[in-house]
Ligand binder design. Structure first.
Ligand SMILES: [Zn+2]
Length: 462
């Protein structure tokens, strides 16, 4: 029995680990590497195994950095089952189709440049057809149900509280009459976040593989975040402006709609028009509303009272481009949630062109902004930004809300690890190098558990 760390061990994105049990091969996640172009080029490299020789995949959740290389695995020969939560299968269809379309568009653009240099055209990483083949291999497994997926390998999903359908994976691996219990954290959510349950406590494990995205820092207080959001709405009302929220389609957008529904009266949202201006976020919201059994106590109670998922009354879904453009006629009283979250593309760009130079308007940043994105420039206080070739002065109010992350912070991760009744060996993955080292140290100091930060290609014999 062995576990090989392949993807996320060496970097933040591209989660993938390889298990060998009883001569069978199981992948835990198969994520896309995201980042600089030279890093993303690694996605097209061969897998360090023959895809047709993989017996099964276990997928923790739908985010592209965990699922995004699956269509490539399938197009290169994998034809086994992909075990995942039914909600993850629904979200993965939306996310992977989007990923395929972006990739096909990007490849067409690069091929035009290559043609000018008389270079041969490239193939996209995968196509929408590959995505359909991938979804067809997915087998749904609900939280709390134990299932033998291969001889000697049983799994059970527990709620990770990160996005809808996100799972921590318990694995019971039996070889030569000896059973080892491995727990793979996937991505761990924040305790106390709206809509979803807190990360589940798991009693026993011999080994734990844990993510460490925010393993070295604490999020801003959630209650304070709500106070800030209310104050921004008040300021925009007084100044007679609009509010723009560049949003991530899965999770953050649904959380915002939920909060706007919950605090509708309190924040005086009756006078506002709220727009969800992103076809992908609209699709993801629809999926969130189809799984009320996954809501925590508060969301269940609010849903019962309203007979539907709490969301603001004056909410408009704008799927068509024309409807999106019409929003720009509104000078005041609009809250516009549009992708993408880092302002490096998507419809938010056009709303920024119309509102960024107006001091009475406000831009609310709700998530991590990567280096090189316009979102990062704005957050770092740029005086002007260039949007589609034109310069715009940043005169709108810029606010960063820290309390809405889908990821647990250092204390959330520690709390989850502290929930084990056994003394597992902890392998720290899925974080920037310095963060992983720092979080492994924190675990040792706070819990006394043994920790390892594996390098890519490291193999642990179980
Ligand atoms: Zn995730």
């Amino acid at each position: 029995m062995e576990l090989e760390f392949y993807g996320a061990a060496g970097r933040v994105t591209g989660s993938c680990h390889i298990l060998k049990v009883n001569g069978r091969r199981i992948l835990l996640d198969c994520g896309l590497i995201q980042g600089l172009p030279e890093e993303e080029a690694l996605n097209a490299e061969p897998f360090p195994f023959e895809p047709s020789e993989v017996d099964a995949v276990v997928l923790s959740h739908g985010h592209i950095d965990h699922s995004g290389r699956l269509p490539l695995l399938v197009s290169r020969g994998f034809s086994g089952p992909i075990h995942t939560h039914p909600a993850t299968r629904d979200l993965a269809l939306v996310l992977l189709q989007d990923s395929a379309r972006l990739n096909e568009r990007d490849t067409r653009y690069r091929n035009r440049l290559r043609a000018r240099k008389q270079l041969s055209p490239l193939d996209p990483l995968y196509t929408v057809e590959d995505v359909v083949d991938t979804i067809n291999l997915m087998q749904g497994l609900r939280y709390g149900e134990k299932k033998e997926i291969l001889p000697g390998t049983a799994i059970r999903f527990m709620d990770a509280g990160h996005i809808l359908g996100s799972a921590m994976v318990e694995l019971w691996l039996t070889e030569n009459g000896r059973t080892t219990k491995l727990v793979f954290s996937g991505d761990v959510g924040q305790y106390g976040s709206p809509i979803l349950y807190d990360p589940a406590e798991i009693g026993e494990a011999d080994l734990v593989v844990v993510e460490s995205t925010y393993g070295d820092r604490l999020h801003k207080d959630r209650d304070l975040t709500l106070v800030e959001l209310a104050a921004i709405i008040e300021a925009a009302r007084a100044g007679k402006g609009n509010i723009l929220i560049p949003a991530f389609s899965i999770g953050r957008s649904q959380e915002l709609l939920y909060l706007f529904g919950k605090y509708h009266e309190e924040w005086g949202l009756g006078d506002w028009q709220i727009f969800l201006d992103s076809p992908m976020a609209i699709e993801a919201s629809r999926i969130y509303w189809q799984y009320p059994e996954l809501y925590d106590e508060e969301a269940t109670r609010l849903r019962r009272m309203a007979h539907e998922m709490p969301k603001p009354e004056n909410l408009h879904f704008t799927r068509e481009v024309e409807a999106s453009k019409k929003i720009n006629d509104i000078e005041q009283g609009a809250i516009i949630i549009a992708g993408n979250g880092m302002c490096n593309g998507g419809r938010i760009i056009y709303h920024l062109r119309h509102n960024l130079e107006r001091p009475e308007c406000h831009v609310v940043i709700t998530g991590f902004q990567a280096v090189g994105t316009m979102g990062r420039e704005i957050v770092e206080g740029a005086e002007t930004v260039r949007i589609r070739g034109d310069d715009f002065r940043v005169r709108a109010g810029i606010h960063t809300l820290g309390g809405l992350s889908a990821h647990g912070d250092r204390d959330d991760l520690l709390r989850w690890i502290g929930g084990f009744s056994t003394r597992p060996h902890v392998y720290v993955v899925h974080g920037e190098a310095a963060v992983k080292d720092s979080f492994a140290r924190t675990i040792r100091e706070e819990t006394g558990l043994e920790t390892t930060v594996p390098a890519p290609g490291d193999i642990v014999h179980l």
